[in-house]
Design a protein around this ligand. Structure first.
Ligand code: NAP
Ligand code: ZN
Ligand code: ZN
Length: 348
């Protein structure tokens, strides 16, 4: 076993604190990665505070990982020590079901294994995430980071990037498409950048008037303060696709009403409590749809990383020390993040 250090939540209500543990030995198909940066996703907080069901404690969050290869197993021939790589939200899946065969391990029919909130099949222990100095992951779930990119701004692509890229591709985002993004946080700001790079006209819905200028800088051509009923009414029937990234329950009707005929609202935010029931007329009148989307498959994640390198897209990050993580989480809860915290793992 390999000694490892992490910051873990000891319980649902206690702050994160240093913790020492062991990673599994590097198996034939494994890669050990020394973690350089780990992004801070709102899911980390949902998980560690048991908002999605009881977490296994100590709980180590983190699934926006970039670092250097420190060791490879005997069957790994296409990565070598020193290569720069990434790990996102997945570390395992069955590899044989129809979803895995279609490169959609995120929808594995028997359930994929999360980088945290999963069970490691090799050891039977909980998986421990990226708020750690090192991690051991099967080669299949290790991404190549394109040469020359900034590692701190690339880390958030491993979750916030792929979670917004995948639905944009699935719903055929293309030049001229009118895309709305709800919530300007980690996912939201990536959604704006990616939709713009795909040629869409982007409308930002935010509850924070102070973020208006940033939304425009990131690429939105229209900013709507979603608490302003008149502004929401004025935006009726004007969009083809909405990505809703809000991390709290909220009424979907005002957003559904901004969709044109056949438009789709994709829910990405995963709060503990359900959204209030939408009114059937919000869907019926213009054949609108509500959908959901979960991160993306491994091949698509690689495609997204290459797309971002080509288009020079990274996250807007605030790099923090490991010891500042509890403050970063409190700020994230207040929507005070511009627009992703990233932990400098050399400070662990
Ligand atoms: P985040 O950085 O905290 O951003 C969420 C944004 O939502 C906030 O910045 C805020 O934007 C808005 N918001 C938050 N609370 C709100 C409230 N009470 N009412 C209205 N608006 C509110 O979070 P994130 O990391 O982007 O994650 C967003 C959600 O997506 C989380 O629930 C996370 O678990 C989920 N997620 C899902 C997937 C997936 O695969 N589907 C993947 C990753 C994350 P404004 O200030 O602009 O209003
Ligand atoms: Zn995430
Ligand atoms: Zn599968």
């Amino acid at each position: 076993m390999i000694p490892a250090r992490a910051w873990a939540a000891p319980s649902a209500t206690a702050p994160l604190a240093p913790w020492s543990f062991e990673r599994r030995d590097v198996g034939a198909n494994d890669v050990r990665i020394d973690i350089r940066y780990c992004g801070v996703c709102h899911s980390d907080l949902h998980f560690a505070r048991s908002e999605w069901g009881e977490a296994p404690y100590p709980a180590v969050p983190g699934h926006e990982i970039v670092g250097h290869v420190a060791a490879v197993g005997s069957s790994v021939s296409d990565l070598k020590v020193g290569d720069i790589v990434g790990v996102g939200c997945l570390v395992d899946s069955c590899r044989t079901c129809p979803s895995c065969a279609a490169n959609q391990e995120n929808y594995c029919d028997v359930g994929s294994t999360g980088t945290y909130m999963g069970v490691e099949k090799e050891t039977g222990r909980p998986t421990y995430g990226g708020y750690s100095n090192t991690i051991v992951v099967d080669r299949h779930f290790v991404l190549r980071i394109p040469e020359g990119v900034d590692l701190s701004t690339t880390a958030p692509l491993l979750c916030a990037g792929i979670t917004t890229y995948s639905p944009l591709r699935h719903w055929n985002c293309a030049p001229g498409m009118r895309v709305g993004v709800v919530g300007l946080g980690g996912l939201g700001h990536m959604a704006v950048k990616l939709a713009k790079a795909m040629g869409a006209e982007v409308t930002m819905f935010t509850t924070s008037p102070s973020k208006t200028a940033d939304a425009a800088r990131l690429g939105a051509t229209r900013v709507v303060i979603s608490k302003d009923e008149d502004a929401m009414t004025a935006a009726a029937n004007s969009l083809d696709l909405i990505l809703d990234t809000v991390a709290a329950p909220h009424n979907l009707d005002p957003f559904l009403n901004t969709l044109y005929r056949d438009g789709t609202l994709v829910t990405l935010g995963a709060p503990a409590e359900p959204h209030p029931q939408h009114h059937p007329f919000s869907l019926i009148m213009r054949r609108r749809a509500i959908a959901g989307s979960l991160i993306g498959g491994i091949a698509e994640t690689q495609e997204m990383l290459d797309f971002c390198a080509e288009h020079k897209i990274g996250a807007d990050v605030e790099v923090v020390k490991m010891a500042d993580i509890n403050t970063a989480w409190e700020r994230m809860l207040r929507s005070d993040v511009k627009y992703r915290f990233v932990i400098d793992m050399s400070t662990i």
